[in-house]
Design a protein around this ligand. Structure first.
Ligand code: NPG
Length: 369
């Protein structure tokens, strides 16, 4: 595959409602999209880096710079036998997994379109619909949280994930459990907001029969997650700490988690995400597909990933309408709590150019030097 052009396009998408987590409030998304033009056709990828380095060290401006100055020039320098070879080509660049993932996804999309194969088939997907959960931000008050959750339950979401932080944890979780009953699949996500001084507080989550507690401690702190896993009955799940298949295997072997959230951007792409899935399956650990407020482009790829056999828990694969009034692709619409896995070649979706052009804030085109 000869890559002729890499386009970096930034779009601004307003969120339907502010999304508050322990690391801040998102009201709009500043999203970097990558389009490649190759001798076999074009492909698209979405970079999940946020505007600011608050979820992980990556952020959108940095991702664009590393794509412009390092990754795209290396990809453009010589033909690639396949998208699978990109990781080797750019291995001298440390980290920047979200930027690498976006470029690799665009190349995979181009390659699979040319081969008339869907991403789900290519990755080893086994189902054509996936179970969907929804992530609920920190609300201004418990009554407002209950209203928001009620809306999602009525829409058919199969599992609710509540964002928590010290001071917004036991009370909202207790209220949601009391209001919606014991059958509601419920889990919490702390995005690293706690320290080991909070062990006793975290143990109180055991009362609520949660599916899991996600990433209470810092990204590097596997030891505290291990201690918590030994202290509480609620399964401990890792998100931020898992940046590769090797780190997933390490965390599991150390006893730091018994469930893994897989986000392709965080681990460097869908190929590595499938390897994380494989390693977790081999070690008997269930996985689920995380989300980063993707547009339809990233959502399509996430749903394809979630169709792999080890994804046995509902993912943060919500419908387009959860975050956006208008998506840049055909909208993903929930049906009986599930989304259909795109069957078309590549990602199976393409951005609608009219919508995209209206949202575009900048664009640059890179060609071989
Ligand atoms: O459904 O796309 C989604 C969002 C899921 O809560 C979600 N993502 O930490 O997992 C997370 C969280 C997140 C939110 C991550 C904002 C980054 C930014």
């Amino acid at each position: 595959m000869k890559i002729e052009l890499v386009e970096l396009r930034r779009i601004a998408m307003p969120l339907r409602r502010p999304f508050r987590t322990s690391f801040g409030t998102q009201t709009r998304r500043d999203i970097l999209l990558v389009r490649v033009v190759t001798d076999v056709g074009e492909g698209w990828g979405e970079c999940v880096a946020l505007a600011d380095p608050v979820y992980s060290s990556e952020y959108v401006e940095g991702a664009q710079q590393v794509l412009r100055d390092y990754l795209a020039p290396q990809a453009l320098a010589a033909p690639l036998a396949s998208a699978r070879r990109l990781a080797d080509r750019v291995s001298a660049v440390m980290g920047h997994r979200m930027a690498k993932a976006a470029l690799e996804t665009a190349l995979l999309d181009a390659e699979l379109r040319a081969a008339s194969m869907s991403l789900a088939t290519y990755l080893g997907g086994v189902r054509d619909r996936v179970d969907c959960g929804v992530s609920v931000g920190i609300a201004p008050s418990v009554p407002e949280l209950l209203d928001e959750v009620r809306g999602y339950v009525e829409e058919g979401y199969l599992r609710i994930k509540l964002k928590v932080e010290p001071g917004w944890d036991i009370e909202p979780v207790a209220a949601v459990r009391a209001e919606f009953g014991d059958d509601l699949l419920l889990q919490v996500d702390a995005n690293t907001a706690y320290t080991t001084t909070d062990l006793r507080r975290l143990a109180r989550f055991d009362e609520f029969d949660l599916l899991l507690i996600e990433q209470p401690f810092a990204e590097e702190d596997l030891e505290s997650h291990r201690v918590l896993s030994e202290t509480i009955r609620t399964p401990v799940c890792l998100d931020e700490s898992v940046v590769s298949a090797a780190s997933a295997a390490d965390a599991i072997r150390r006893g730091a988690c018994s469930v893994v959230n897989i986000k392709a951007g965080r681990v460097g792409g869908y190929l590595e995400a499938a390897r994380v899935h494989d390693v977790c399956s081999a070690l008997g650990v269930p996985v689920w597909c995380g989300g980063m407020l993707e547009t339809g482009l990233g959502r399509a790829a996430n749903v394809a990933l979630a169709s792999l056999p080890g994804f046995t828990l509902p993912g943060d694969t919500s419908g387009s309408a959860r975050f956006y009034v208008e998506d840049i692709t055909e909208p993903f619409v929930l049906e009986d709590g599930q989304l259909a896995v795109p069957q078309g070649p590549g990602l199976g979706v393409t951005p609608r150019t009219d919508v995209l052009d209206e949202l575009t804030t900048s664009r640059e085109e890179l060609t071989a030097r």
